[in-house]
Design a protein around this ligand. Structure first.
Ligand SMILES: C[S@@+](CC[C@H](N)C(=O)[O-])C[C@H]1O[C@@H](n2cnc3c(N)ncnc32)[C@H](O)[C@@H]1O
Length: 254
């Protein structure tokens, strides 16, 4: 069955556009300014999978010049409405062709790869990210950890989806965002760490830092699992000098 982008939906796009940095989301954004300071080599940024623009506005607030790009018309419409001065572009899946080689110092993607379903689609995008980065540019990707789909959180519940526990890389999993007024489960694709590492390798991106942010007791947030288990993984990668053209794992199955 075709995986449908859960965010190509006007009701969900509207609900999502009201989301800022509550609860568990705070942990996805908390450490980014320090990460940008450590790895940033300039201000030209692409926010890949910008959604309704929360992550793009975050970049702009931190002094970056940011273009937000997304495959969902509904999300791009919301982003433009919330930030008329911003630059938001609707792109086709896997296609960053409107951006020349080396045009960005930083590519950020926040939760985008939770919704990119296959090895082939993820690798196509990773290679495109590599192409649009300048030589010393950095790619910061924040994704859901495999653990997020198996526990309870300040902003999410998964207790109604025990089947998530058996999911392997590439499988669909369900999760409810309790911070949203739209309580329909979101369908994501789970991806385990070793398989993300393999994608970076195949795309010719070197992993330079990997973080699993944990909640701290003094943050004034009613953490549930967040002080013990990381809900998010932050991967920082950079262009490596050579691109790997190894046999692709899905090609063997065809
Ligand atoms: C969970 S939302 C996150 C939005 C935003 N980054 C934020 O932090 O609020 C994920 C977004 O990724 C987008 N997306 C999914 N697949 C994509 C692809 N292949 N290329 C670009 N965007 C994609 C979805 O349309 C959705 O808007």
């Amino acid at each position: 069955m075709e995986f449908e982008n859960t965010y190509e939906d006007p009701v969900r796009a509207k609900a999502y556009s009201k989301l800022e940095f509550p609860g568990t989301y705070f942990l996805a954004f908390r450490d980014l300014p320090e990460i940008f300071a450590r790895h940033g080599r300039g201000r030209r940024t692409l926010d890949l999978g910008c959604g309704s623009g929360r992550s793009t506005r975050f970049l702009r607030r931190h002094g970056f010049s940011a273009i937000g790009a997304d495959i969902s018309d509904d999300m791009i419409r919301m982003a433009r409405g919330l930030d008329p001065a911003g630059d938001y572009r609707r792109i086709d899946d896997g296609d960053l062709g409107s951006f020349p080689d080396g045009s960005f110092d930083l590519v950020l993607s926040m939760f985008t790869f939770d919704n990119v379903p296959t090895w082939e689609k993820k690798l196509t995008l990773f290679r495109e990210v590599r192409r649009v980065l300048q030589d010393r540019g950095a790619f910061v990707s924040v994704v859901s950890s495999a653990e997020i789909y198996r526990h309870e959180w300040a902003s999410f519940t998964t207790k109604d989806f025990p089947e998530n526990r058996n999911a392997r890389t590439g499988d669909r999993v369900r999760i409810v965002v309790t911070d949203l007024e739209d309580r329909r489960p979101v369908e994501d694709i789970v991806w385990f760490d070793e398989d993300y590492r393999e994608l970076y390798r195949r795309a010719g991106l070197d992993l330079v830092e990997r973080l699993e942010p944990l909640g701290r007791p003094d943050e004034g947030i009613a953490w549930v699992s967040e002080t013990r288990i990381a809900p998010w993984v932050i991967y920082v990668s950079a262009r490596s000098s050579r691109e790997h053209n190894l046999a692709l794992p899905w090609a063997r199955d065809e």
